[in-house]
Design a protein around this ligand. Structure first.
Ligand code: HDE
Length: 693
């Protein structure tokens, strides 16, 4: 073989592209700035000879690559984030000195990250799971991180149980599965043995745990915090986020299918919306309580397994969050973002909630192992941007700051000699803890006031709309059906009898087993007044805003109908995407070509909130032997979506088992008739398409 070759031959047509950069500003360099002449070929002893150890360019590039991954978050590993801004609309001056909560009109930059809890960083977006809802506000008084969830309660009452909870829900220790799923033995074993999990389990089995979009979730601070005013007085506070687009869930069968069709469904949805200027917004609201009001509640405000029903203490909306910028780099920002419940500002303080107290240790600690250094606060996404930060902490791995002068201790008197003495504590404006009296015996005890585990799950179930109750019961049946240990299933059902006998019976019937004995409750549940605010259905107005309509079009279809659907849906705030049997598009009746956004086989109807089938008679005929087309219609119907169609599409609808109802609209009536049903699910249809518990 001749020892002859030129780089040009090897690079081929891309050669010119590789050669372009030649100025110091544009050229490729090593990490230390040495210009690189060839990024395609390693240094070898002859064109066919061995690679030389001397090739520092190759070694640096490969070595950096080898170390690209950092440990993923032990929980909430899978997440998507965006930059945004918070604007205060109502001052809480009466309750707090925190500037972010008192300066009306002030805009504070923020970074919000949404996540699933159980799955790894590469897992799907749509499992049944609680979602993280973490917001880092870059305030003038330091970063304030409100690290919450999309469910207002938590599984456990004391932080010491957290590792057990998470071990139980994550992949089972020996087999390494299931990924991102709670439907397995160990999770339900833990649940059955820990009745305090019942309330959050009910929320996690509800439609809240299968959200349609990260933009359509409520958020909650979960733990009780304090607000402290200028007089040093404290009030308890719960924080809430309310999405402007309303809340929406997927159907369980839909969530499962989305997992295959688009594992990045939520991440894509958030990124695309922001990219297109459709900025998601949330109202920020608080429930503020005095000590006396807290004492009057029939449960303990320090117990994170309890909500404070809005009907008792209404929410006060005080501001708005807008997410308006996608991260420039996923790793640098979303992955390296370090949220810390200890990031708090003067005027906000912690309560004695034992879950929160444990969190105050955990997050700082986890960042050290994840980001590898005590200097993780210097990473741009974590840096306090709203104000300077300065102290006498020094050195450490990846120190990027270059402090000057001799002052690295305090007190010092270097200023007396004209040197820079460094920063000093601020007794007036600095953070001070609420002066709560706390002298007590040291004990490992759970307060009696934490003993009632069933009244609130009972309240939650009783407050849901009927379809939501059926989904919840069916979700428990689904999950317990995946549990192989009979005694585990029985224990869970025994606990459920304390929540609601009818629910427990529905679950037992759904499993096809006898109802086991009721488990004795630590405290007998009481009937609380229902709280309709916990519902999803009917809570927010129906809307197509932020939703997506998929229009399936075949050759020979009527372009005017397509346009009418597009116009009406867009006018109602939806995005519209065209699906055709082939990606190149459909040749319409008038001879023009309508470009498609998707090929039919790659765009099942689960990716859309409502669908329109604009088919010609011939086009429909061809689709009758196309499984993807039949599933498209069948699933849209099964997932309770509105289906607009041309009369020519009827044979396909028949084959797919689509029956006439208020959500199946003949588009010859005009596209507007399709818009109203498209803005909601057809709940009345559900009993026709699936058996629910
Ligand atoms: Fe977390 N949690 N958590 N958690 N949590 C973490 O911190 C922990 C809890 C929440 O987008 C970890 O940086 C303990 C409640 C969110 O980066 C870790 C306890 C709530 C996120 C940790 C809880 C949350 C985390 C893992 C029980 C709702 C993702 C990675 C005492 C209010 C933030 C990390 C992001 C992340 C510990 C309970 C929300 C290990 C010990 C309750 C949204 O520190």
């Amino acid at each position: 073989m001749p020892e002859k070759s030129t780089n040009q031959d090897i690079i081929g047509q891309g050669g010119e592209l590789h050669q372009q950069a030649s100025t110091p500003e544009t050229r490729l360099t090593t990490n230390h700035g040495t210009p690189i002449s060839d990024n395609q070929n390693s240094l070898k002893a002859g064109p066919r000879g061995p690679t030389l150890l001397e090739d520092f360019i190759l070694r640096e590039k490969i070595q950096h690559f080898d170390h690209e991954r950092i440990p993923e978050r032990i929980v909430h590993a899978r997440g998507s984030a965006a930059h945004g801004v918070f604007e205060l609309t109502e001052s809480l001056e009466q309750y707090t000195t925190a500037k972010i909560l008192t300066e009306v009109g002030e805009k504070t930059e923020l970074f919000a990250r949404f996540s699933t809890v159980a799955g790894g960083a590469g897992s799907i977006d749509t499992p049944r799971d609680v979602r993280g809802f973490a917001v880092k506000f870059y305030t003038k008084e330091g970063n304030w991180d409100l690290v919450g969830n999309n469910i207002p309660v938590f599984f456990i009452q004391d932080a010491i149980k957290f590792p057990d909870l998470i071990h139980a829900v994550k992949m089972e220790a020996d087999r390494g599965y299931p990924q991102a799923a709670s439907a397995h033995d160990t999770f339900w074993d833990f649940v059955g043995l820990m009745p305090e999990t019942t309330h959050t389990v009910m929320w996690a089995m509800s439609d809240r745990a299968i959200p349609r979009s990260l933009r359509m979730m409520e958020g909650f601070g979960v733990n009780t915090f304090r607000l402290v005013n200028a007089k040093g007085e404290s009030h308890f506070v719960k924080f809430h986020w309310r999405p402007k687009l309303g809340t929406q869930a997927t159907c369980w069968d839909e969530a499962v299918k989305i997992a295959g069709a688009d594992p990045d469904f939520h991440r894509r949805d958030l990124f695309d919306a922001i990219d297109q200027g459709d900025f998601p917004q949330w109202d920020f609201a608080v429930q503020v309580l005095t000590q006396a009001e807290a004492d009057a509640l029939p449960f303990d405000i320090l117990d994170a397994t309890k909500i404070i029903p809005e009907e008792i203490h209404p929410l006060k909306v005080i501001g708005r969050m807008t997410l308006n910028r996608n991260p420039d780099n996923f790793f640098a920002e979303t992955e390296q973002a370090a949220f810390l419940p200890t990031n708090i500002v003067p005027g906000i303080d912690f309560s004695d909630d034992p879950l929160l107290q444990g969190r105050l240790f955990s997050y700082q600690d986890t960042q050290l192992s994840r980001l590898g250094t005590v200097n993780f606060h210097q990473i741009p996404i974590n840096r306090a941007k709203g104000c300077p930060f300065q102290n006498f902490q020094r050195d450490g791995h990846m120190q990027t700051q270059v402090p000057t002068g001799r002052a690295n201790y305090e007190p010092n008197s270097l200023a007396q000699a004209g040197e820079d003495g460094g920063p000093r504590a601020d007794a007036k404006g600095g953070f001070t803890s609420f002066r709560e009296p706390v002298e007590k015996e040291k004990v490992r005890l759970r307060s009696e006031t934490f003993a009632d585990h069933y009244s609130q799950p009972r309240l939650f179930f009783a407050s849901l709309a009927a379809p939501e109750q059926a989904h919840l019961a069916s979700a428990i049946v689904f999950e317990l059906s995946k549990v192989s240990l009979e005694h585990v299933r029985n224990r869970v059902m025994g606990n459920l009898r304390n929540v609601d006998e009818v629910l427990a019976k529905r679950v037992a019937d759904g499993l096809g087993v006898a109802l086991p004995k009721k488990t004795p409750a630590a405290a007998e549940p009481i009937d609380l007044k229902p709280s309709p605010a916990v519902r999803l259905i009917g809570k927010y107005p129906d809307t197509l805003k932020g939703r997506k309509v998929g229009v399936l079009v075949t050759d020979g279809a009527d372009g005017a109908v397509v346009k009418a659907v597009q116009d009406a849906a867009k006018a109602a705030g939806a995005a519209v995407e065209i699906i055709a049997p082939k990606r190149g598009g459909a040749k319409l009746k008038d001879g023009s070509t309508l470009t498609a956004d998707h090929q039919l086989a790659g765009a099942p109807s689960v990716l859309f909130d409502a669908v329109a089938l604009v088919l010609s008679a011939d086009g429909c005929q061809q689709l009758l032997t196309e499984g993807a087309a039949i599933d498209f219609a069948k699933d849209a119907f099964g997932h309770l979506k509105a289906i607009g169609h041309t009369p020519e599409a009827q044979p396909l609808l028949d084959k797919a088992g689509v029956e006439a109802d208020a959500g199946v609209i003949d588009l010859s009536q005009g596209a507007d008739a399709f818009i109203k049903p498209a803005a909601t699910r057809q709940w009345d249809r559900e009993p026709k398409v699936r058996t629910l518990a």
